[in-house]
Design a protein around this ligand. Structure first.
Ligand code: SF4
Ligand code: SF4
Length: 214
């Protein structure tokens, strides 16, 4: 019948429209901002910097290697390396980013910075309410704005954060085992008895007079 498809489509729409008043599963919208849909674990908005321990500044995993800055396609990451080293959250001296800014008005959420970081230091956030009337300064997020704890990372991306923790734990264990083996080898070398000094070569005795062959 001519128009049968249109009628079927309209009937389906009418059924869903009427059903949305009685069935919660059919509600596709919420009264934002009073009501919010929980963010999906796979959501990715803008990057943030992960820190470990209680102090965001000491605990930043970022060591200012600048790989992400070089690889970012629209060049919206600005990093300045520190001239000195500071103890990180486990007390190891590290170079740190004296400046780490991301211009979120330029960022295209491609996640390349996350993929290239060798230190699991930068991850994608799910925060999207960043609108401001300050077009320039307001959208330039500095390292303090960007720093978020590893606990927060676990809240927003639990599966990924657990995998990262396991990987970092394995790497740490390998490094500790290597350091222990090196220390044991050095201790064994120091404890080994010193080799006896070589005796000076004895001088060849001169032949007695008159024994020369004629
Ligand atoms: S998500 Fe992409 S565009 Fe945004 S800072 Fe990272 S690399 Fe740059
Ligand atoms: S976030 Fe990662 S890739 Fe970027 S500078 Fe820091 S350590 Fe290097």
């Amino acid at each position: 019948m001519l128009g049968e498809g249109i009628l079927k489509g309209l009937a389906e729409t009418a059924k869903n429209f009427a059903g949305s008043y009685v069935s919660k599963e059919r509600l596709t919208t919420v009264q934002y901002p009073e009501e919010r849909i929980p963010t999906s674990e796979s959501a990715r908005v803008f990057p943030f910097l992960v820190y470990d321990g209680p102090d965001w500044e000491a605990g930043l995993r970022c060591v200012a290697c600048q790989i992400c800055e070089k690889e970012c396609p629209p060049k919206c990451i600005y990093i300045e390396k520190s001239k000195d080293k500071k103890p990180d959250y486990v007390g190891k001296l590290q170079i740190y980013p004296a400046r780490f800014d991301i211009d979120v008005s330029v960022c295209m959420s491609c996640q390349i910075c996350v993929e290239v970081c060798p230190f699991e230091a930068i991850k994608m956030d799910v925060e999207f309410e960043l609108s401001t009337d300050d077009r320039f300064g307001g959208l330039l997020r500095n390292r303090q704005h960007l720093a978020k704890s590893n606990e927060y990372y676990h809240q927003i991306h639990p599966t990924e954060a657990s995998e990262v923790d396991a990987r970092l734990g394995e790497e740490k264990a390998k490094l500790e085992a290597k350091a222990k083996a090196a220390a044991a080898a050095a201790a064994a070398k120091a404890a080994a008895p010193a080799a006896p000094a070589a005796k000076p070569a004895e001088s060849t005795p001169k032949p007695a007079e008159g024994t020369d062959k004629q």
